[in-house]
Design a protein around this ligand. Structure first.
Ligand code: SAM
Length: 304
């Protein structure tokens, strides 16, 4: 068994601060027989400076209850626990989930009682909500291939989360924070805007990860706000968003024809919502998408 925490001489400061050093990360992975997989987006942070930056940008304080998705070997988990906050960490990889409490107990025993680990898929937290509790913040180096659905799911099922700081692929960060009318504005931007204001909180180079990914990363900070004032449901609004961007080069009249049943009905609904049918979806903010959903429901109601 791997018993002791290997305090390396290359990074004595990090070991002393209860963070994992690059050698620790590799040694732990080897000990656990973990060969990082792309399928699970397993790129582990090996740089203490990046961990401190994430924790700072997240604004975590001792009174917080933090939800971390994908703790992996524990690099970020240890940084979060060092603030004095409670952490509940949801990890899909059973070996990593099982090993994490032991790693934290060895590296920083004094913080270990504040950690709870849940072995689950963060794409569907509904079955484990009682174990996740009521976190105040989400902080995560998200698995890149499922970053947007996981983020939206957390914002949906955990209303107690008032802010999130996530590390994602730089391209995904651009999409999450894009305003209407910009080249990168699309489904992730519009849906994230239902829940929160999103802004970029910095860029992250590739060398802070092991293994080194072939894309750049960035931090995104999201602060929850009230959803648009509308009688339309989130589901109905998101259906309009999906339809509008499925054919983003088309006018709304054409793009929403399938969703509305016909181009004529799409035009009627758009006009009732006060939206020019010749616009493209990329011009609309989330409030406008909600207005379309609301107008469609009103029209269906008046026809019934
Ligand atoms: N937080 C660690 C760090 O910064 O070093 C690891 C981050 S790594 C980019 C993503 C982590 O998410 C991996 O540990 C992976 O096993 C886990 N993961 C992948 N898909 C997941 C899912 N659907 N639910 C929960 N965890 C998942």
């Amino acid at each position: 068994m791997w018993e002791a925490h290997p305090v390396t001489h290359e990074h004595p400061g990090e070991a002393a601060q209860g963070l994992l050093t690059p050698v620790d990360v590799r040694t732990l992975a080897e000990h656990l027989g973990v060969r990082p997989t792309k399928a699970l987006g397993q790129n582990f942070v090996i740089d203490g400076g990046t961990i401190r930056r994430i924790v700072r940008a997240a604004g975590v304080a001792a009174e917080d209850h933090v939800l971390e998705i994908g703790p992996g070997l524990g690099s970020l988990t240890l940084g979060l626990l060092a603030t004095g906050a409670d952490v509940v960490a949801v990890e899909i990889d059973e070996r990593l989930a099982t090993a994490l409490p032991g790693t934290v107990a060895r590296v920083a025993p004094e913080v270990a009682p504040r950690l709870a680990v849940v072995h689950a898929d963060a794409m569907d937290l509904t079955g484990v909500l009682d174990r996740v509790g009521h976190p105040t913040r989400l902080v995560a180096n998200l698995p890149y291939n499922v970053a947007v659905p996981v983020l939206l799911h957390v914002l949906q099922v955990l209303p107690s989360v008032t802010s999130a700081l996530v590390m994602v692929q730089a391209e995904v960060a651009d999409r999450l924070v894009a305003p209407p009318g910009s080249r990168t504005y699309g489904v992730p931007s519009a849906k994230a805007a239902w829940y929160a204001d999103a802004r970029r909180a910095g860029s992250v180079g590739r060398s802070v990860f092991w293994p080194v990914p072939n894309v750049d990363s960035a931090l995104v900070r999201l602060d929850r706000r009230q959803p648009p004032t509308t009688t339309a449901t989130r589901e109905a609004t998101f259906a309009v968003v999906d339809a509008a961007f499925a054919q983003r080069r088309k006018t709304l009249r054409a793009a929403l024809a399938g969703w509305a049943g016909s181009a004529d009905r799409a035009e009627r609904v758009l006009r009732a919502a006060g939206i020019d049918p010749t616009l493209r979806g990329e011009r609309l903010d989330i409030t406008a998408f909600a207005a379309i959903a609301e107008a469609a429901a009103a029209e269906a109601g008046s026809e019934a």
